[in-house]
Ligand binder design. Structure first.
Ligand code: MG
Ligand code: ZN
Length: 380
């Protein structure tokens, strides 16, 4: 072997060794390839994951400028970006986007908590419950909608909403507030899931019976409350429960058990503003979601054991703030009434927040959350 050949062989060996490292998907607890160090001993007891459906950078920018540049989301100092493409499309839908975050797999658009072969994949919420943590969700769509569904259900298509509701009976949920009453108590198959919840000792109520703002919520029983028969009204029409219920939900879950909790909060209708090419709706829904972020950051700062993650499933509308806009008056524009493939910001606060720096796949959010909660190490 000549000197030149030896150098070549060494070079190939070196490149392939680097290649192996680059394609590895495991994240070291001590840090990652970016050189960011993660404290080894400080792990969160709780995770609160907040998803602003359809919330891209331009949506956040618009709400920020119109709020005199004061949003609660500005308090985050640790940020990353996620790639949202799904298993069969560069442009994801909410079902595949949420399945990636909830279950850690890229699936086809419309798939709920299943892989490319329609096989069920356990979600972070189900794994957390299996390990003895309390779990909960608060959303401003129906609870059987594309984003919340993959946390609790495994069905081949997002439109199978009654089947999704049925899957909610497979995993105990400690705290749940959102729309979708009719999928539980007025079903085509005539199953009464209200009765089933009651049989299991849950407290269950809805918008029709009482106002959630007037209720005393006891953490002694599982708490389920429906805010609408199907999807709740927009924030602009007077819907204002998200910030308040996010706050009481976090406190409820913290008192619920010693092991900790996992909670998902969704600002569901930012996306619907994008689909409608309605910038005012985008901003009013984002403001509502940001108020919930403020409540949760307040909780986490006091609690000190909670990792808060704020992100979206995808961008919606190809939203932009056009030339001619001022800080008081925006000239927004949309390039589509559908989703786009923009990179999406991820904001993190609390123990192990550093894990969320960098650019990574949406499926890595599942892996990072699982790692932060050390779910692999907890006994059943
Ligand atoms: Mg959604
Ligand atoms: Zn959408």
């Amino acid at each position: 072997m000549s000197f030149r050949q030896t150098i070549l062989v060494l070079l190939i060996f070196f490149i392939s060794a680097c290649g192996d490292k680059a394609t590895s998907t495991t994240v070291s607890p001590k840090g990652d390839d970016s050189g960011v160090l993660v404290p080894e001993e400080i792990f969160p007891k709780n995770i609160i994951l907040m998803i602003g459906d359809g919330m891209g950078i331009a949506q956040i920018s618009a709400a920020m400028y119109l709020n005199s540049s004061k949003l609660n989301i500005e308090e985050f100092s640790i940020m990353g970006l996620q790639k949202t493409f799904s298993g069969d499309n560069l442009i994801t839908d909410s079902a595949a986007g949420a399945t990636a975050i909830a279950c850690g797999v890229k699936t086809y658009n419309n798939g709920i908590g299943v892989d490319m072969d329609t096989l069920p994949v356990p979600s972070i919420m189900e794994i957390a419950k299996n390990k003895g943590l309390a779990v909960g969700m608060v959303v401003t769509s129906s609870v059987v909608h594309g984003t919340p569904a993959p946390f609790m259900a495994h069905v081949p298509h997002r439109q199978f909403k009654e089947k999704i509701a049925l899957d909610f009976m497979n995993t105990e949920i400690d705290f749940m507030v959102g729309g979708g009453k009719k999928y539980f108590d007025n079903r085509k198959d005539e199953k009464d899931l209200y009765k089933e919840f009651k049989k299991r000792g849950y407290f269950i109520s809805d918008y029709f019976k009482q106002d959630i703002f007037d209720m005393h919520v006891s953490n002694r029983r599982n708490f389920v409350y429906f805010t609408a028969n199907d999807d709740p009204v927009p924030a602009a029409a007077g819907r204002e429960y998200l910030p308040y219920v996010s706050s009481i939900g976090a406190k409820f879950l913290r008192k619920r058990n010693e092991k900790g909790f996992f909670m998902m909060i969704e600002g569901s209708q930012i996306d619907w503003g994008g689909h409608a090419k309605d910038a005012e709706k985008v901003v009013s829904e984002l403001n509502d979601f940001d108020k919930a972020i403020g409540k949760i950051l307040k909780f986490a700062k006091k609690d000190k054991e909670t990792l808060v993650i704020v992100t979206a499933d995808h961008e919606c509308g190809g939203f932009a703030i056009n030339n001619g806009s001022t800080r008081e008056m925006l000239f927004p524009a949309f390039t589509t009434n559908g989703h786009t493939a923009d990179l999406i910001p991820v904001f993190a606060y609390g123990p192990q927040a550093e894990l969320f720096r960098g650019i990574y796949d949406n499926t890595d959010i599942f892996k990072k959350m699982k790692q932060a909660l050390r779910l692999d190490k907890k006994e059943n």
